[in-house]
Write a protein that binds this ligand. Structure first.
Ligand code: AMP
Length: 289
């Protein structure tokens, strides 16, 4: 019979032993890596894991090495008690909640790191956040070694991250399956994000514009208008009021197979946006069918 009490692991060895034991007992293990402050987007990944595997483990770790020196590491919301209650409610089997000391016992000075190929990180969030994807790839690699799950559930919301992790798993012959899950949104289209909690009321009102812009581009494409430069000119015109209130970092189109630039929109094009709204940096994307 299934043990219904959630386990909380702070130490790598406990978590690794738990996953390995489940696997030897024949269970299919799902893993959902997160930075906590769980919202409906995270919960949808947990539900996907519950549907597709026998046991689900969630990690909650705000990884310092993926934040730049002037980024929001200190302001990143931390809500462990609520996260725990949500995981219990959904029937998660275990949570891995390590300290920095546990993940980086030697500090960050002499750490072996994963450096993704330049062509994957010289654009979008990689270009805006130097060192970010080295931090992400390194910590995900560590987490996959600590928790050798059969399937790992990750969100399309962080499209460049998902792309890089899939390539890393393929190139480094890791034996887990990365399962991509669709972006969950508020009723007004704003993608759920832990950072939405830090939006002031005016910024929260403006924030759904990111998805409106992406939806506009998608509708142009579906109507047969595929020249991205021409579409961007229309975006500038139609969203002129919005652009007065947000600081656009990028609005770009890349082939989602290889992250090559796309000038003429086609199937499997990633259209991605990042902007600072008030003090909060948000990202979103769509993939064209
Ligand atoms: P984070 O806690 O922001 O590191 O996110 C943990 C996982 O949740 C990542 O795989 C994200 O892509 C995924 N995620 C974040 N927001 C959403 C969302 N709105 N819908 C679906 N997945 C999401």
């Amino acid at each position: 019979m299934k043990d219904t009490k959630i386990r909380i692991f702070e130490y790598k060895n406990q978590a690794r032993t738990f996953v390995n034991k489940l696997k030897t007992e024949g269970y299919l293990v799902g893993f959902v890596p997160t930075m906590g402050c769980l919202h409906k987007g995270h919960l949808s990944l947990i539900e996907a894991s519950k549907n597709q595997t026998d046991r689900t483990i969630v990690s909650i770790y705000v990884n310092p090495t993926q934040f730049g020196p002037n980024e929001d590491f200190d302001q990143y919301p931390r809500t462990f008690e609520q996260d725990l209650a949500q995981c219990e409610r959904l029937g998660v089997d275990a949570i891995f909640v390590p300290s920095d000391q546990e993940i980086y016992p030697q500090g960050k000075q002499s750490l072996f790191t994963i450096h993704p190929p330049e062509q994957y990180i010289d654009k979008m969030c990689g270009a805006c956040r130097p060192g970010h994807f080295e931090g992400v790839a390194t910590v995900v690699n560590k987490l996959l070694n600590i928790l050798p799950a059969d399937k790992v559930f990750m969100g399309q919301k962080d499209a460049q991250q998902l792309f890089i992790i899939k390539k890393m798993v393929e190139d480094l012959e890791l034996t887990t399956d990365i399962v991509s899950c669709p972006t969950l949104r508020e009723p007004d289209g704003l993608a759920y994000s832990s950072r939405n909690n830090n939006l002031d009321p005016f910024s929260r009102e403006i924030a759904p514009a990111l998805f409106q812009i992406l939806t506009f581009i998608k509708s142009e494409y579906l109507a047969g208008r595929t020249d991205f430069k021409i579409i961007l000119k229309k975006v500038d015109k139609d969203f002129v009021e919005i652009f007065k209130h947000i600081s656009l970092e990028y609005l770009v189109a890349y082939d989602y197979d290889n992250l090559h630039q796309v000038n003429i929109l086609k199937s499997n094009t990633l259209v991605a946006i990042a902007a600072k709204i008030g003090k909060v940096r948000l990202i979103d994307n769509v993939i064209l069918d």
